[in-house]
Design a protein around this ligand. Structure first.
Ligand code: ADP
Ligand code: MG
Length: 723
């Protein structure tokens, strides 16, 4: 915008520009000279000039194409910035220097390209920077080039360079806030990203402020420009938090609106008729009586289903709390109204397990051929391993409405699966189920209809975080475990004497005809290393402490066939002991198992240990869980003292300093750019409250002060729908 237009703009806004803190009107020439900067949001769309092409490619991989991409790419950490004089031997740090001279010489090691050595200097000293395997740098970095170098200072005044970039920053300028460390990838270093960010630092002033001033003031948040500047170049955490607030606010608005939209539409089939099938099922076919929690949950579901407003409910309950029964009731409600139901699981294995559970709860479900029309409901499993012929047959029966109930993975919502009349959908582990899937799901129902949706999760997510992963779903919780569940006593053990006693305890249980799990230490993130450790422990136990018993091994690297065989042997009691990695966390149901020993338990997250422990205490016998780890660990103590998964999830959040909250990635909490959950739980709660109030006051974001927030929202919505 030209300087002449300033008075015009001022006239338009009907304000008279005056000198700072006075009523003295400014003349046009004073206005022209005033240090006013008009933000140019278009500056963020400018493409970044990465060089050479390989770096540009790597940058594209990180999504760093424009200035805006770059400024939204926040540093994750802080490294040391030094002047040459400050460098200590063996120190890893970043310096800004100027090249004085540069040479290269061959290296004797085979396969190594010539070594480039540059004499570099800042105001405080001179040193020799060495670059391995990049002979072209001799030409690229001639004398006089200013460089940012990250690397290790070695003896004899040499600096071994790990990452380097041209820079326009002044030499010797050790950043007082430390050197920003950016998430990088192969082909592009944090140093290169930092140099680029510094180059585009002025564009920070072009940041759009999406937050209405009233919210910003009430929340005591810095403005957007300050936040971006701080996030990169200053108080990084304070800057990031402000941006996290925006991000979470927008996300909450999206979720709240989606909910409104779905609910406002009144397009689901009201399931309010009589209960012939469900009543017969509960009276004659279900092999047990429902718990009070299950009854309550079913009542809540029935009330939801009776409306044309689609159900959007989350059923939360630990593994074994009996969610599937409740879900089946909802599905049968659809069937008894002449509609169909589908259950979707995140993996094929889980889909198979669900189908097995459903078949046990509803005898005759999968036996269309045998029972024909007399089956209470006709159901089928559709996975990738179904033969093409069977698949065609199932799809035809589904489209004709002959098939009542379908179980599968999320692939169910892809074309070409067509339902005659989809009334209820159950989604297991909804956290892997995004907005896009939800839209695809709605498209499965006949035109202008949407199905009722029940989400199920076994991950007890603290209330504060639930807002992010489950948006604004109604929540039903199953806390009461089905009758017959036995208490589990948990001990923390760390001495050799206790270890000996633990094995003796295991042998006692085994001699009494029970079975045991031994969970191996979490030695590394690498599956292969993990598998080796499990194999070693397996060998040690079956030739040592547990030599008198049949011991089986289970880890993630085994062939699926061998895995299935090991699980079968253990489930069928051909094996007494299962030595396993955390693969046992999911879906093993062996009621006869009464002991679990967990090695190096403090390495596991609290929630994960709780999930593991849930594998025992499932039968008619009291169970014991032995956690090997430091007695002083608050996490292990919390486990010994609590059995309620929801209490533990809250404690997990509190004790996070001691370890990672497990399930964070799966629960969709890691999908944010700026927000870090669960750390930002408090920010999330505030954002949720603001979003709710904002939508109540101005549902369409039509007020002028909400215009820029509306723009930001449109961008977010476009992104989530194409993601
Ligand atoms: P979840 O899906 O919550 O992990 P399931 O629904 O699979 O739990 O139930 C776990 C086990 O408990 C199943 O074998 C199921 O048959 C059994 N079960 C569920 N509800 C009851 C109940 N009310 N009484 C006895 N057993 C039950
Ligand atoms: Mg289940």
């Amino acid at each position: 915008m030209g300087a002449e237009s300033i008075p015009a703009a001022a006239r338009m806004l009907n304000v008279v520009p005056t000198a700072f803190a006075t009523l003295t009107e400014l003349r046009p020439d004073q206005l022209r000279d005033a240090p006013v900067r008009w933000p140019r949001p278009s500056a963020w769309e400018q493409a970044l000039a990465w060089e050479p092409a390989t770096v540009a490619e790597a940058a594209a991989q990180l999504g760093l194409r424009t200035v805006g991409d770059l400024l939204a790419h926040l540093p994750r950490d802080t490294g040391e910035g030094r002047t040459i004089a400050e460098l200590q031997p063996d120190e890893v740090a970043t310096v800004v220097v100027e090249v004085r001279s540069v040479t290269s010489r061959p290296v004797r090691r085979r396969g190594m390209k010539p070594l480039v050595e540059a004499t570099v200097a800042d105001e405080t000293g001179v040193m020799v920077a060495t670059f391995f395997n990049q002979p072209w740098l001799q030409r690229a970095y001639p004398s006089g080039t200013r460089l940012m170098l990250a690397g290790k200072y070695q003896a004899r005044n040499r600096f071994r360079v790990n990452a380097h970039a041209r820079t326009e920053a002044p030499t010797g300028a050790a950043d007082t806030a430390g050197v920003a460390q950016y998430p990088a990838t192969k082909g592009i270093s944090s140093t290169q990203i930092l140099a680029m960010a510094q180059l585009h630092r002025p564009a920070v002033a072009d940041a759009i402020e999406p937050l209405p001033a009233a919210i910003r003031v009430a929340e005591a948040l810095p403005d957007a420009v300050t936040a971006f500047a701080a996030a990169h170049f200053g108080d990084r955490e304070a800057g990031r938090r402000r941006l996290a607030f925006d991000e979470l606010l927008l996300d909450q608005i999206v979720q709240l609106r989606l909910r409104e939209e779905r609910q406002g539409a009144d397009r689901a089939p009201p399931l309010d008729g009589p209960h012939p099938l469900t009543e017969r099922w509960r009276a004659e076919l279900l092999p047990f009586a429902l718990t009070g929690d299950q009854e309550r949950a079913i009542d809540e579901l029935d009330a939801d289903l009776a409306h044309a407003r689609p159900m959007q409910r989350l059923l939360m309950g630990e593994v074994g709390s009996g969610k599937t029964v409740v879900a089946l009731h909802a599905m049968l409600r659809a069937v008894e109204h002449g509609h169909q139901a589908a259950l979707m699981a995140p993996t094929e294995v889980l889909a198979e397990q669900h189908f097995a559970t459903l078949s046990a709860l509803l005898p005759g479900l999968g036996d269309a051929g045998l029972l024909g029309a007399s089956a209470p409901a006709q159901g089928a499993l559709l996975t990738g391993s179904v033969t093409p012929a069977r698949r065609r047959e199932l799809l035809a029966r589904l489209a004709s409405g002959e098939l009542d109930l379908l179980v599968g993975t999320h692939a169910l919502i892809e074309e070409p699966v067509r339902f005659a009349s989809l009334g209820v959908v159950v989604v297991d582990e909804q956290h892997r189920f995004g907005v896009r899937q939800r839209a695809a799901l709605d498209a499965k129902a006949p035109a202008d209809r949407v199905p009722h949706v029940l989400h199920m999760t076994a991950t007890p997510i603290p209330r504060t975080l639930r807002l992010a992963s489950f948006g604004a779903l109604d929540v039903t919780t199953l806390k009461q475990l089905p009758r017959g569940r036995q208490p589990i006593v948990t001990h923390v053990a760390d001495s050799e004497r206790e270890r000996a006693r633990a094995y003796e305890r295991i042998r006692e249980e085994l001699r009494a005809g029970r079975q045991a799990f031994v969970v191996c230490p979490l030695v590394s993130d690498s599956e292969a290393v993990q598998a080796r450790a499990a194999t070693a422990e397996f060998e040690r136990l079956r030739t040592g402490e547990l030599a008198d018993f049949d011991v089986a091994l289970l880890h993630g690297q085994m062939h699926p066939r061998d895995k299935a065989a090991a699980m079968e042997r253990f489930a069928g009691h051909a094996a007494d002991v299962l030595v396993a990695t955390t693969v046992v966390e999911v879906g093993i149901d062996v009621p006869n198992a009464t002991v679990m020993l967990v090695e190096d338990a403090e390495r596991y997250g609290l929630s994960q240990l709780h999930q593991l422990r849930g594998r025992i205490g499932r039968g008619g016998h009291a169970s014991v869980c032995l956690l090997f780890g430091p007695k002083g660990s608050r996490r292990l103590r919390a486990l010994a003292e609590n059995t309620d998964g929801f209490v533990l999830a809250e404690l997990d959040l509190e004790l996070r300093g001691e370890g990672e909250l497990t399930g964070t990635r799966q629960s969709g909490l890691a999908r944010f750019r700026f927000a870090r959950l669960p750390d930002d739980a408090a920010v999330l709660a505030r954002a949720h409250a603001r979003a709710t109030a904002l939508l109540a006051a101005d549902p369409g974001l039509e007020l002028p002060e909400h215009a820029l927030l509306g723009d930001a929202l449109a961008r977010v919505e476009a992104r989530t729908l194409t993601a």
